[in-house]
Write a protein that binds this ligand. Structure first.
Ligand code: PLP
Length: 381
């Protein structure tokens, strides 16, 4: 019998939580459309609104501020494309460490994209952000500012309070991609500065295919999907009660424990350092979310390492986008000034709600095997 592979890639997608599965299966047994006024429809509407309340609760938002979408990518696109149109933005300002969903949506506006650099530890350069805002004022330009909270590759936590304080009081619109922060960092959407925030279901244990845009009433964007007026006219298309119920259940069951997971990460990093003293840990000196480590052992290329680890039953990631199945070069590490040969060795291990110490140990054992094989191969060559 083959051993089940060990999943160490929660930042890509977290396994389905049992609570979400149960809520989804129960919803799938119901018949109808949440917009219908009859009893069948009302039962589904009830699920949708319960899900909305549960997601709103985890986000510190009012339920009416939650607009369900088909993914965080859709929420991000709605915020940036719809926001740029609604607020007559003259440019989009983003950081060099944004997820492709943000970068591509900014490009799709057709507006100039002003990029704020990262420092060598992966933090958004706040002096440059201030300079960007000043430049916009000098040019009487309105900006749509789109920034992430927690980086999906490095786990670096951006100084959200300072970003809020810098951009919040201005006339510019602030959108935050909170996909990797949702459920992990306290989000008080209703009372905090961002006009819009995007979150995703499958990063917290719901299935993929459901996300949400949190939006303040003053910041209603030009809707990209008008359709039949669902979601208070903000996103057309019959709501998937099953996916929304699962998202709500995952939000209600969220018990992310940064301390425990950062314990696993610290253990992995300490043991990796013993195995490879030249280990590089990205963002090591700054505030990082507890569940992820992104590191490189120089000379151990990530494409072959991932394949070898996969054969050992260990699912890890390179961190950078690899939607085509190939390992891509990381624009985040490039923005941090990491040399290409080191970036090509970057591996990301991310833990989540069902991770255990045994998972961390299995990864360390696998990585040790990989290193000793490489050493033997090096000697034989
Ligand atoms: N933003 C960040 C920071 C992400 O990590 C991801 C997914 O990896 C996304 C956006 C896109 O989310 P979704 O898969 O729900 O479209």
């Amino acid at each position: 019998m083959t051993r089940a592979a060990i999943y160490l890639d929660h930042n890509a997608s977290s396994p389905l939580r049992p609570e979400a599965r149960e809520a989804m299966l129960a919803a799938l047994d119901l018949v109808g459309n949440p917009s219908s006024v009859h009893a069948h429809g009302r039962a589904l509407r009830n699920l949708v609104e319960t899900g909305r309340r549960q997601v709103a609760e985890l986000a510190g938002a009012e339920p009416k501020q939650v607009v369900f979408t088909g993914s965080a990518t859709e929420a991000i696109t709605q915020a940036i494309l719809g926001g740029a149109r609604a607020f007559s933005a003259g440019a989009v300002a983003l950081s060099a460490g944004e997820h492709a969903a943000v970068g591509r949506a900014a490009e799709a506006t057709g507006l100039p994209v002003w990029t704020v650099p990262l420092d060598s530890e992966g933090r958004i350069d706040l002096d440059q952000l201030a300079t960007t805002l000043q430049k916009a004022d000098e040019q009487s330009e309105t900006l749509l500012v789109a920034l992430h909270w927690v980086n999906n590759e490095t786990g670096v936590i951006q100084p959200i309070e300072r970003i809020n304080a810098l951009v919040g009081p201005t006339r510019h619109t602030l959108f935050i991609d909170a996909v990797q922060a949702f459920g992990k960092r306290p989000l008080e959407f209703a009372t905090s500065a961002p006009d819009m925030v995007a979150v995703s279901g499958h990063k917290i244990g719901a299935p993929a295919g459901i996300g949400a845009l949190l939006v303040k009433s003053h910041a209603d964007t030009v809707r990209l999907i008008p359709g039949g007026g669902q979601e208070q006219g903000r996103r057309g298309g019959t709501e998937s009660a099953a996916l929304i119920a699962a998202f709500g259940a995952a939000a209600a069951a969220n018990d992310y424990d940064d301390e425990t997971l950062s314990g696993l990460v610290q253990h992995v990093e300490a043991d990796l350092r013993k195995l490879a003293p030249d280990l590089v840990i990205f963002g090591q000196g700054v505030n990082r979310i507890g569940n992820v480590t992104n590191f490189a052992v120089p000379g151990v290329g990530n494409a072959t390492a991932m394949m070898a680890l996969d054969l050992m039953g260990l699912s890890v990631s390179s961190g950078s986008a690899c939607s085509s199945g190939k390992v891509g070069a990381s624009h985040v590490l490039a923005a941090m000034g990491v040399p290409r040969d080191i970036a090509n060795c970057a591996l990301r291990v991310s833990f989540g709600w069902n991770s255990t110490k045994a998972d961390a140990e299995a990864f360390l054992a696998g990585f040790e095997t990989l290193l000793s094989r490489q050493k033997r191969a090096g000697k034989a060559a």
